[in-house]
Write a protein that binds this ligand. Structure first.
Ligand SMILES: C[S@@+](CC[C@H](N)C(=O)[O-])C[C@H]1O[C@@H](n2cnc3c(N)ncnc32)[C@H](O)[C@@H]1O
Ligand SMILES: *[C@@H]1O[C@H](CO)[C@@H](O)[C@H](O)[C@H]1NC(C)=O
Ligand SMILES: *[C@@H]1O[C@H](CO)[C@@H](O)[C@H](O)[C@H]1NC(C)=O
Length: 298
């Protein structure tokens, strides 16, 4: 039965109801044909869409958040600072110095005599903190060609400290890494960054005070944590996106000798770094101090 047929029927209470409904539908149709109503409808659809889309976020539990923020509670029994180098040689380099016989004949002609490219690597913050802390062990996360590491080695020597500097870097640079003006030749996909770093350290006469851990930041810091190698100074200068900085800072803090050790890092101007530093400081009750381009927790 269509509505026109119904119009011709005698009126009953049921028909009154039908007619009211038809009138109501007509009013709705008329309203929807107005631009204002369209806007209201659109907004309603957006809000519904937004609410259903953001649902997974709303369902994140406190334990998810806790998991995200939990890093190893405790590291190994601390080794004496005089045993730091031997510990790393034994654990990583099969009991010998990675500098023995460096550079190998086949690598020598591929390297620059010296190439100390860096970013803020001679900044005053290094001297400030080394004077203040007089560190026996320094851990640097993100070393590149060793510019900041050799600078720190010179500073500690000047003060007559017997400091070991542990340099963590995967020596890959970053995807697409290529230095325009002075790039090393790649050898079958290897950018030779580790060898050039080693050459720079030898050139700076610092191979006795510097040793590297050529792994990703997280696994290298995990190793130091397990072995009980702690730093009086721990510097974070690897990748600068929020998630990398967040993970590096949390792992680095575990191997900071407390209470006297100082955790600091480069590139406070990067938004990801800044956010990670401030969240970390808030969670652990630190203040953030700025020294040039560096951040320091105290
Ligand atoms: C800005 S450079 C370090 C510069 C150095 N501190 C200086 O002043 O000369 C960053 C370094 O971090 C390293 N890096 C980035 N992410 C890393 C990761 N997840 N694990 C290990 N090294 C990483 C890169 O290979 C690069 O050499
Ligand atoms: C480790 O050192 C031992 C003896 O010092 C040697 O026999 C062995 O081949 C070395 N292993 C590697 C992987 O270099
Ligand atoms: C190199 O460093 C060693 C100690 O690490 C020192 O005995 C030596 O005199 C230094 N040589 C130069 C040329 O600086």
């Amino acid at each position: 039965m269509n509505s026109e047929d119904r119009e011709q029927q005698p009126l009953s209470p049921a028909h009154h109801h039908l007619r009211r409904r038809n009138n109501y539908m007509k009013r709705v149709e008329a309203a929807v044909s107005k631009p204002k109503a369209y806007v209201v409808l659109l907004i309603a659809v957006f809000i519904l869409g937004y609410l259903s889309h953001s649902h997974p976020l709303l369902s994140q539990t406190a334990s998810d958040v806790h998991e995200h923020n939990s890093f190893p509670e405790e590291c190994g029994q601390p080794v004496h600072h005089r045993d730091v180098r031997r510990t790393i040689e034994e654990r990583v380099f099969n009991g010998s110095s990675p500098w023995a016989g460096f550079p190998p004949e086949h690598v020598k002609p591929l390297l620059w005599q010296e190439w100390n490219k860096g970013w803020g690597s001679n900044a005053a913050v290094f001297e400030h903190l080394i004077d203040q802390v007089r560190p026996k062990t320094i851990i640097e996360v993100g070393t590149f060609l060793g510019a900041s590491a050799t600078h720190m080695a010179a500073l500690t020597k000047k003060l007559g400290l017997e400091t070991q500097i542990v340099c963590i870097d995967d020596f890959r640079g970053w995807p697409g890494y290529y230095d325009e003006e002075k790039s090393l030749k790649m050898v079958n996909g290897d950018s030779l960054l580790m060898y050039q770093f080693m050459q720079n350290v030898v050139k700076a006469n610092a191979s006795e005070s510097i040793i590297m851990l050529p792994f990703s930041a997280a696994t290298a810091l995990g190793g130091l944590c397990d072995w009980g190698v702690y730093g009086d100074l721990v510097e974070v200068d690897a990748a600068h996106d929020f998630h990398s900085a967040w993970v590096d800072i949390n792992h680095a803090f575990k191997v900071l000798k407390r209470p006297r050790g100082v955790l600091f890092g480069h590139d406070y101007a990067w938004e990801g770094v800044r956010k990670a530093v401030h969240i970390f400081a808030r969670l652990h009750g630190f203040q953030v101090r700025i020294d040039g381009e560096h951040w320091i927790l105290y």
